[in-house]
Unconditional design. Structure first.
Length: 418
């Protein structure tokens, strides 16, 4: 660590701590504005910014009452195992030397449960109120504070998983097959896979294993009519299209033109011909209403707090609140009710979020079932067993990073009865 690295990391951290934009966007902009930074410096800066964000609740307490980005960065580096001699190039003031000598002695047992779990107090309170034990909250929070691995999904329309693994091995990549998804591969480290022909030719897509399992809950068949109701940039759309062997009709609905534009190059790489991206004004768009009662399968990957993705987006916990989740709950309720109208009798509706909060998950599903007696819950463990996936989290799919190695995901499988 040298002065240049430290000051660059501090500059990027100050920008990230404004929470005016997602941390990854802040870093991307910083690297664009500083193109002469070498790869080693960029790696150090990214690790430092995300490291501080992941441990911010603890660092706030360590640095109190003078909590500022410089002290937080120094504390994060010291807690990471660096000895005091390594700080000599960047620390000359006596008060900072004394501060560093106290950092390693900080006792974690002085922190609240939420602070130890690196979760906002309101999140820990909601989890506790749902019946989750303190130890489970702590384990979940610590799991969400670890960096996420790089998961790939193999496009079986182009190549089998074994063949992709053979090619990765020949290139010197370290990998393991994902434990649950039959078409997933987990890479060691963070190689730039997007530069490789496997990626540019659409053989693999970057997709968390939890997200891959959602496609297996939808389980679309060849020739069916299917909708990805909140398609976004289309990761799950491409998965559904692959499972349909590029047959039938697959609608990719979203209210954002920009997100659907991001789907276009991915769709072109995938080789799929059954996907129809369509921008809609809202969940009540006329194009949606025309399909009422006609679809075999509908996936609702609902807009949510993203609290299950803190491994990748640690800044989200500072940009969400109980009030923002209240607003999301209203959207989730409306979107699920609208999407349900598309499902034909005997058809399947899958509601999913990347949230760990019960009121975005079970709460929404239970309220929907209470107001829609023509729908019933299909146990997710039974659906996965039919797909030969050895994973049982009960009637709902509930994934947690410290247990399953995925982001925090929730999904419920519903069927429309006569």
């Amino acid at each position: 660590m040298n002065q240049e690295q430290f000051h660059a990391a501090l500059e990027a951290l100050r920008a990230a701590l404004s929470f005016s934009a997602p941390a990854d966007a802040v870093l991307s902009r910083y690297f664009r504005e500083n193109p002469k930074l070498g790869s080693q410096n960029r790696h150090f800066i990214a690790e430092a910014v995300f490291g501080v964000l992941r441990q911010k609740f603890m660092l706030d307490r360590i640095c109190a009452p003078d909590t500022n980005p410089r002290r937080m960065l120094l504390a994060w580096l010291a807690r990471g195992g660096r000895n005091l001699r390594e700080f000599e190039p960047i620390v000359s003031r006596e008060d900072e030397r004394q501060f560093l000598s106290t950092v390693k002695a900080f006792k974690l047992d002085t922190l609240t449960l939420a602070e130890r779990a690196e979760l906002p107090e309101w999140v820990a309170a909601e989890l506790s109120a749902s019946g989750m034990a303190d130890e489970a909250i702590l384990a979940l929070g610590r799991g969400l504070s670890q960096p996420a691995p790089l998961d790939l999904r193999v496009n079986l329309q182009k190549m089998k998983r074994d063949a992709v693994q053979t090619e990765l091995a020949a290139l010197g990549y370290e990998y393991t097959p994902t434990p649950y998804s039959p078409f997933g591969i987990r890479l060691a480290g963070k190689p730039a896979i997007n530069r490789h022909t496997l990626f540019t030719e659409g053989v693999v897509e970057v997709q968390d294993e939890g997200s891959q399992l959602l496609g297996l809950l939808v389980a679309p068949r060849r020739g069916e009519m299917v909708a990805d109701f909140c398609a976004g940039a289309g990761g799950k759309t491409l998965l559904l299209g692959m499972l349909m062997a590029s047959s039938g009709r697959l609608y990719a609905f979203d209210v954002s033109e920009k997100r659907l534009a991001n789907l276009k190059p991915r769709l072109a790489r995938s080789g799929l011909s059954n996907v129809q991206p369509q921008r809609i004004e809202s969940e009540n768009d006329a194009r949606v209403k025309r399909l009422a009662g006609k679809l075999d399968r509908v996936l609702v990957d609902a807009p949510c707090s993203g609290m299950g993705t803190l491994r990748r987006n640690p800044d989200l916990k500072f940009r969400q609140s109980t009030a923002s989740v209240d607003e999301l709950n209203a959207k989730q309720t409306a979107i699920l009710a609208s999407a349900a109208r598309l499902v034909k009798v005997g058809g399947r509706l899958v509601y999913a979020t990347c949230s760990i909060l019960p009121r975005e998950n079970q709460g929404i599903v239970e309220a929907f079932l209470a107001s829609h007696p023509n729908f019933s819950l299909v146990p997710a463990n039974e659906v996965l067993a039919e797909q030969k996936v050895e994973l049982d989290t009960g009637a709902y799919l509930q994934l947690q990073p410290q247990i399953h190695g995925t982001d925090g995901f929730f999904a419920a499988v519903l069927t429309r009865n006569a």
